[in-house]
Design a protein around this ligand. Structure first.
Ligand code: SAM
Length: 327
């Protein structure tokens, strides 16, 4: 499946729910989030129908995200159906890890092959201040459960470096990859939703801190399904350090992804609203062929690149929070 720029589109991120059990200050701060009403969410049947069509059209790698995907009760059943679709290469999960230890056995049975676990601090108070919940132990339990799966599961840790929030945690977090085969990735804060109001650290600044702590890093191959991340390895490390630097090292020319929101919007670029309301089309009775041709048209019009760096709001920019998009 090619878009209008000639890029191959073979990666789908599905937001299974906009709900989350954390209140991260850059994503869903505060105590009274405004969740999507239940009837707006795609049912399991609608979701699987869309995924099946997208796989027929060329999607190969799928990531289940949210909100917090493990808050969706039917996640293991959905994952099992998705992994068994002909043409699907890999199905992975992005999670905050809080419910992971208890749900992992069923997810492995369903055929999940990788987990990206978001962990912005190794120190409990710092974690609570960022995540809005005192759940560090649960997230850590999830991380340990994932690592204990060995070769059955690729484990990546997602860290968003924030000025004055977790700067002193970055070296210990990177150190998780020293003796474990995990990939710790530093994600530049993107001005999406509340992220626009929290200052992140750029790649160069984080790199400088890590190089001072661990010495120079060599480029290395990333784990399978590594997407836009660039990987490097300090000497003697078992795992690697990854960089997802959408602002300082834009990678739109390599973008292969589309997103499906929990309410059935096929989203073709993180920054823009551009895309297609598949839920509405399904509910009005469109046939598979009609859906496929609308999807192909939306993908043809996928924006060439983001313009986060312009800093100027523009018509057509996404207004949903990251939790509703599937970050
Ligand atoms: N609840 C899951 C989790 O915490 O991983 C999945 C959803 S969360 C939106 C996915 C990832 O997006 C997390 O690693 C989170 O830290 C990251 N994220 C959220 N808002 C962001 C922003 N504005 N810029 C960069 N990353 C962001």
């Amino acid at each position: 499946m090619l878009d209008g720029q000639g890029r191959t589109i073979d990666y789908l991120r599905i937001s299974l729910t906009d709900r989350c059990n954390l209140r991260c200050l850059y994503c869903i701060p505060g105590e009274a989030p405004c969740w999507l009403p239940q009837e707006r969410l795609l049912t399991g049947g609608e979701l699987l129908r869309i995924v099946k069509l997208l796989v027929q059209m060329g999607i190969r790698d799928i990531r289940l995200t949210g909100g917090e995907p493990l808050c969706r009760e039917d996640i293991a059943t959905l994952a099992g159906h998705i992994t068994s679709l002909e043409g699907v290469r890999r199905v992975c999960l992005t999670t905050n890890g809080v419910l992971l230890a208890q749900k992992l056995p069923k997810l492995l049975e369903a055929g999940i092959s990788g987990v990206n676990l978001s962990l912005n601090a190794l120190e409990r108070d710092c974690y609570r201040e960022i995540a809005g919940r005192d759940l560090w132990e649960k997230a850590w339990e999830g991380f340990q459960a994932a690592v204990s799966c060995g070769d059955r599961l690729t484990v990546k840790v997602n860290v968003v470096p924030m000025r004055g929030r977790n700067e002193d945690q970055l070296i210990p977090l990177a150190g998780l990859a020293a003796r474990r085969p995990v990939h710790v990735r530093f994600i530049e804060m993107m001005p999406v939703g509340r992220g626009a109001f929290v200052e992140g650290l750029r790649e160069e600044e984080v790199m400088k801190k890590l190089t001072e702590a661990f010495g120079p890093m060599e480029s290395c191959a990333g784990p399978k399904g590594s997407g836009p991340a660039i990987y490097r390895r300090p000497k003697g490390f078992c795992g690697s350090i990854g960089w997802i630097s959408a602002l300082s090292h834009k990678f739109c020319d390599r973008c292969s992804r589309i997103r499906l929101t929990a309410d059935g919007w096929l989203k073709t670029c993180l920054q823009y609203e551009a895309g297609l309301n598949l839920a509405e089309r399904i509910r009005r009775g469109d046939s598979d062929d009609q859906l496929k041709s609308a999807i192909a048209e939306a993908i043809r019009k996928k924006p060439a690149c983001h313009a986060f760096e312009s800093g100027q709001e523009n018509n057509g920019w996404e207004t949903r929070p990251m939790s509703g998009i599937g970050g």
